[in-house]
Design a protein around this ligand. Structure first.
Ligand SMILES: CCCCCCCCCCCCCC(=O)CSCCNC(=O)CCNC(=O)[C@H](O)C(C)(C)COP(=O)(O)OP(=O)(O)OC[C@H]1O[C@@H](n2cnc3c(N)ncnc32)[C@H](O)[C@@H]1OP(=O)(O)O
Ligand SMILES: CN(C)Cc1n[nH]c2ccc(-c3ccc(F)cc3OCCn3ccnc3)cc12
Length: 392
């Protein structure tokens, strides 16, 4: 990718390849804010056949359209065997966050058919980078219909969401992608823990190990029927203050992490059926909350398999261990995920995840997830273990 031309990204206030390693460049914003009166007031031009639309994700009908666009046109794995199938309730959760701007939920429609052919979203977030808490937009769900690819629509959508974020006096953003762009702040590996190895092998997600039979493989991934940690239970509304304290303290050790308050914790981490599950350990002796773990539900469509159409995947979200060993805590999470009939449990090598991946029988995935900041330079070469941010 070093030799690759980025005609759009070379024009943007992001770390450029030529700057990599130049420690004379200061940490922080790359460009100063523009006076709001100088921010472009009108939307960027689309090709004449298309028009902008603001998506009200509170509308069942519009949420349906965004769901269908992503279901059919969003991210596939490198072998085009699976495509993310974010549910409608997941999208509503991911986009209608505390303090969200509907104007940052941006669609493109074909003028004649009125069909939704593209989408990009932003949500407000407070992200701490080292000691600075920065108001940012988290950009996600960028999607152009398969029939409209390679027409340079993505740069226009990115510029338009940038313009609308600027209008709210926010000048930084965070995003992740499976593709390499100028310039990742860090690059993470993802790992998979089989829960239903028979189905994973049937659909081609996994392959039978050399000298392994199916029954031996099923036995290898077998988990106990119930969790082992005393005091392990589902999180409840009354736990929000304690979980917020636990999580804020834990995340303070990472270079980049969300600056969650109780409002954020209530939205992002309170159990929400088929969207996010969270658990904690309440010490039986003194009722102190010592540990926390969570995962979100993100199925993938299985493309072209006769027997199965959906891969039920759970993704590790935020986990904190202060008393229960992290490996034991995460094994309990795997047990719960298996109880809930997930096929696979996925995790990135961020935070302290690397410490349990091998012992809990995770296998390495076949790709990487790159993390990016927009208009914010960080000098330190960040490792995934220094990252405390999980984007959906
Ligand atoms: C202060 C606020 C700032 C807010 C904004 C912050 C920045 C937010 C940035 C967005 C963060 C999104 C995060 C996110 O949603 C999570 S990453 C998932 C992105 N979505 C998908 O992969 C879905 C399937 N693919 C598509 O829909 C299309 O392929 C897309 C739409 C991806 C590109 O459509 P296309 O028809 O294939 O391509 P053209 O229109 O012809 O455009 C080509 C240009 O687009 C650059 N490109 C390609 N993929 C990209 C990606 N994932 N991020 C950023 N840029 C990407 C590419 O490098 C090239 O620029 P270059 O010539 O300079 O190299
Ligand atoms: C993060 N969020 C922005 C969605 C997103 N975009 N691009 C991606 C590339 C990889 C992962 C990812 C993240 C964690 C993980 F454990 C497995 C992953 O992908 C498996 C491969 N795959 C891709 C599609 N279907 C299956 C997510 C994403």
């Amino acid at each position: 990718s070093l030799g690759k031309r980025h005609k759009f990204w070379e024009t943007q206030p992001v770390g450029q390849y030529k700057d990599v390693g130049d420690s004379s460049l200061p940490e922080g914003p790359i460009e100063p804010p523009t006076p709001l009166s100088e921010v472009k007031q009108e939307p960027y031009n689309l090709p004449s056949a298309y028009e902008w639309t603001t998506c009200d994700m509170d509308s069942e009908e519009i949420c349906d359209e965004v769901y269908a666009l992503l279901k059919n046109n969003y991210v596939e794995d490198d072998e085009n065997m699976f495509r993310f199938n974010y549910s409608k309730e997941f999208l509503s959760w991911a986009l209608r966050v505390p303090g969200y701007y509907q104007s940052w939920h941006i669609g493109v429609r074909a003028k004649t058919s009125k069909k939704l052919v593209a989408f990009i979203s932003g949500i407000p977030a407070r992200i701490r980078v080292n000691e600075e808490v920065v108001k940012m937009a988290e950009i996600n769900f960028l999607c152009v219909h398969k029939k409209l690819r390679s027409k340079r629509l993505a740069p226009v959508m990115i510029k338009e969401v940038t313009r609308r974020v600027h209008l709210e006096n926010i000048w930084q953003a965070a995003y992740t992608a499976g593709v390499v762009l100028p310039t990742p702040i860090t690059t993470c590996q993802y790992w998979h823990r089989s829960l239903n190895p028979k189905k994973l092998i049937d659909v081609g997600f996994s392959r039978l190990g050399a000298r392994m039979t199916m029954s031996r493989t099923i036995k290898l991934y077998k988990l106990p029927d119930s969790t082992v940690t005393p005091g392990f239970r589902k999180m409840e509304l009354r736990d929000v203050p304690a979980v917020t304290r636990l999580l804020r303290n834990y995340l303070s050790q990472f270079v980049v992490a969300p600056d969650f308050d109780e409002n954020d914790v209530e939205h992002w981490l309170l159990p929400n059926e088929n969207v996010v599950d969270s658990f904690l350990v309440e010490s039986p002796e003194n009722h102190e909350i010592t540990d926390f773990c969570s995962f979100y539900t993100l199925p993938s469509s299985i493309l072209g398999n006769q027997n199965y159409s959906i891969l039920k995947a759970a993704y590790s979200y935020y986990n904190v261990s202060t008393k229960t060993p992290l490996t034991q805590l995460m094994n309990d999470v795997l047990i719960v995920a298996k109880q809930k009939d997930f096929d696979v449990f996925n995790a990135l090598d961020v935070m302290h995840n690397e410490s349990f991946l091998k012992e809990l029988k995770f296998g390495p995935g076949d790709g990487q997830l790159h993390y990016y900041l927009y208009n914010y330079r960080i000098r330190s070469a960040l490792k995934p273990s220094g990252l405390g941010l999980v984007l959906l």
